[in-house]
Design a protein around this ligand. Structure first.
Ligand code: NVA
Length: 309
């Protein structure tokens, strides 16, 4: 059975721990594993904008011994010029794995259903599981452990990051809190799935519309843009004076409610003065540059895990 990584709960708790260990190993020695030696090619397809993801997968595939092949989704027009299934059948004959950033989760699910090589989700409207692996690695580096820690995400609770923190954090046995306006809270089925996982791992999940309650004594405070890719038409409402997110902005006052040694994270790109203040993201509690670097190590680890299993 070909393994794919389409959402955070595609890894069991034990497998997630293995991938994080492997990421640490690859961070210590970039060339410790070379599963793509040959070089085998990996297709990196982007239907949405990218900087960190294209960079880290390109470098990562090369360091694993392979050849990264970037495909511009706007040229490929997958699903409109030809069907997702037909595109997948063409690509899978030539590459060792497919990495895709796209819109609806159903698109990547359909690709995986037609692919004999691993498909990796490089962000969809619903999930961003590679980012969460990088974040968990970062938290482990700074805190020494994951299980039992309180990880709070504040902002748009209905976006891909919030959903992935719920699933990935619960898998790691963390106390995951989402602080979001009542109008932008996580999808019920994802929350339900995260609760089930937390029940098995000793973690917990909590959603609140009170930003202070969400952040209180948290070990990790996280936010993300209020306008995700694909939501540009809503930018006025999401960032304007009447924005429902304003009171969820991560500034020094809000971070002051977290544990004294809390770390602050943001997947980037960041919009200073909106979801996070310059003082916080550029301040001593911020670990965002470690987090961005860890994309490389985490993604090499998941690729090597999928290719070898
Ligand atoms: N929620 C953001 C994450 C960017 C990495 C987006 O989808 O645009």
């Amino acid at each position: 059975m070909t393994r794919h990584f389409l959402r955070d709960d595609d890894l069991t708790p034990a497998e997630q721990a293995t991938v994080l260990d492997r990421a640490a190993e690859l961070k210590a020695d970039h060339f410790a594993r070379r599963p793509l030696e040959g070089p085998r090619a990996v297709a990196l397809i982007f239907d949405k904008p990218t900087l960190r993801t294209q960079l880290s997968f390109t470098v990562g595939v090369a360091e694993l011994g392979g050849h990264p092949m970037v495909v511009d989704g706007n040229l490929a027009q997958i699903g409109s010029r030809e069907s997702i299934a037909d595109v997948t059948r063409v690509i899978e004959r030539q590459v060792a794995a497919i990495v895709w950033r796209t819109y609806e989760q159903s698109r990547i699910d359909e690709m995986a259903a037609n692919s004999g090589v691993p498909v990796v989700n490089a962000l969809t409207d619903d999930f961003h599981p590679c980012q969460i692996l990088a974040d968990l690695l970062t938290i482990r580096e700074h805190k020494g452990e994951l299980a039992g820690l309180t990880m709070t995400y504040v902002g748009d609770g209905a976006n891909n990051m919030a959903h992935s923190y719920l699933l990935g954090g619960a898998t790691a046995g963390m106390q995951v809190r989402i602080g979001a306006p009542a109008t932008h809270q996580p999808r019920a089925d994802i929350l339900q799935r995260a609760s089930e996982i937390a029940g098995q791992t000793g973690g917990a999940v909590l959603v609140t519309d009170d930003p202070v309650a969400a952040v209180l004594d948290a070990d990790v405070v996280i936010t993300d843009t209020w306008v995700s890719m694909g939501q540009e038409a809503e930018a006025g409402d999401r960032k304007g004076d009447e924005s429902p997110f304003t009171k969820f902005a991560v500034d020094s006052a809000l971070v002051g409610h977290a544990a004294q040694d809390a770390i602050v994270m943001h997947c980037l790109p960041a919009y200073r003065g909106f979801e996070i203040s310059g003082e916080v993201i550029d301040g001593p509690q911020s670990v965002v540059w470690d987090e961005a670097e860890n994309r490389l190590h985490a993604q090499k680890a998941i690729l090597s895990f999928l290719l070898e299993s």
